[in-house]
Design a protein around this ligand. Structure first.
Ligand SMILES: Cc1ncc(COP(=O)(O)O)c(C=O)c1O
Length: 403
């Protein structure tokens, strides 16, 4: 695969050749085919879904349904197991709210210190409402949740285990399949936050045996405002919808009785993000053409190259040199992370600085903030070389702006 050539597919790259975009864990650029697919909906079959009796409404219905199938196939799920949401955060909130009726006082929900706020705060609220308890699974030095560490905290009180497949700060890949086995031995439900894994590696929900998997379209080269909640059908069938309204009910009457539709429609109240769904399906077709295994290997090689180059600099502390994904967390010695990001910006390099929405992680790293580089398949070794040159300027931080 000629990854360099793929850069031409991205208008953000061809329109801004000076930019080095290293913030792909926050969001990704969109290939032209995704933008075109959205425009095609707005230009040629702009109708609502599941309610029109005319040709373009039918066309929108067909496209929406086909898109669900493409997205389901991508993670080896069934169509009825794919619920559209506004993003990963919304998917996680739906799961947390939806599972509340299974929980009782003193039940335990297991999370970890490296989780994104969206994989923690919905559970905090559930605990407050239901009187359940949050317990933290210890993580190892790489930020991984190991089987041994899960075994240290799981018990018969554990009802839910909710963790990320890949940490958005440390890029550690958790062995989800083994962790799921343990959770299931204890009859706990396993929720996997796939925000940072689905865009970068082949995911097979049947093989992993996760009960729920959540992800965002915009991190998968798709549009913003569209997310996915995968759930095993029997669990979705029993789960309460967070949002009620048109399109999700079968009947309702003056005595306030409401009968819901089946999954996935039960969870898709109101007009859906049709352009977003169509755009996400196009992004997934684009990724399928490249091949997820090719993407994973290429990004791993970019990360290896970056670590090789950055580790010889004596002014940098790297927090996750050994992890195999495209995320590198580091600090320039004696330079506050946000100042470092400003320095990189001066040289047209986009990086993220701060707590990365994972505000508990400082308990682990003993720093308030880090700089995060997150590369993806349209990044190049040439860009990394340029980034390394700018890192070297960090030693003379104030002078660097004028160098
Ligand atoms: C691990 C993880 N979980 C959840 C989210 C939330 O995703 P979104 O903002 O698209 O809802 C992110 C976003 O960065 C993330 O990295």
């Amino acid at each position: 695969m000629d990854f360099e050539k793929l850069r031409n597919d991205f208008p953000m790259i061809t329109n801004h050749p000076e930019l080095v975009y290293f913030d792909n864990a926050a969001t990704t650029f969109k290939p032209k085919c995704v933008i075109d697919a959205e425009m095609e909906y707005y230009n040629n079959y702009c109708a609502n879904t599941h309610r029109g009796d005319y040709d373009i409404a039918y066309q929108a219905d067909v496209k929406f349904d086909e898109s669900r199938k493409i997205i389901a196939n991508f993670i080896n799920a069934e169509k009825k197991e794919i619920v559209f949401t506004s993003g990963d955060s919304m998917s996680l909130n739906q799961v947390a709210y939806g599972l509340m009726n299974r929980l009782e006082k003193d039940d335990e929900i297991l999370v970890s210190l490296v989780e994104h706020a969206s994989c923690l705060l919905p559970w905090y609220r559930v605990c407050e409402i239901k009187g359940c308890k949050i317990k933290f699974i210890p993580v190892n030095a790489q930020g991984e949740i190991t089987v041994d560490n899960l075994l240290k905290v799981i018990s018969n009180k554990t009802k839910i285990v909710s963790i990320a497949h890949i940490s958005n700060v440390l890029g550690a890949i958790n062995d989800i399949k083994s962790l799921v086995k343990i959770a299931h031995d204890y009859k706990a439900i396993f929720v996997c936050d796939g925000a940072q894994s689905v865009p970068h590696m082949k995911i097979d929900v049947k093989d992993l045996d996760v009960d729920f998997l959540t992800f965002s379209g915009h991190k998968c080269y798709g549009p913003t405002g569209i997310g996915v909640l995968y759930g095993k059908y029997h669990l979705l069938k029993d789960m309460e919808p967070l949002c009620l309204g048109g399109g999700m009910n079968a009947t309702f009457d003056v005595a306030c009785n409401v009968k819901y539709l089946d999954s996935p429609e039960k969870f898709e109240s109101g007009t859906q993000n049709i352009a977003g769904v169509v755009g996400l399906a196009k992004a997934i077709e684009y990724l399928n053409n490249i091949g997820m295994n090719n993407i994973f290997e290429y990004e791993k090689e970019l990360k290896r190259y970056l670590i090789e180059k950055i580790s010889v600099l004596n002014n940098i502390k790297i927090y996750n040199p050994d992890n195999k994904t495209g995320i590198v967390a580091f600090n320039i010695n004696d330079v506050f992370a946000q100042d470092a990001a400003t320095l990189f910006n001066h040289y047209h390099i986009c990086v993220r600085s701060g707590e990365h929405c994972a505000k508990l992680i400082h308990n682990l790293l003993n720093v308030d903030a880090t700089v995060r580089v997150s590369v993806c398949f349209y990044n190049t070794k040439k860009e990394i070389d340029y980034f390394i040159d700018v890192c070297k300027k960090g030693g003379d931080f104030l002078d660097a702006f004028f160098a």
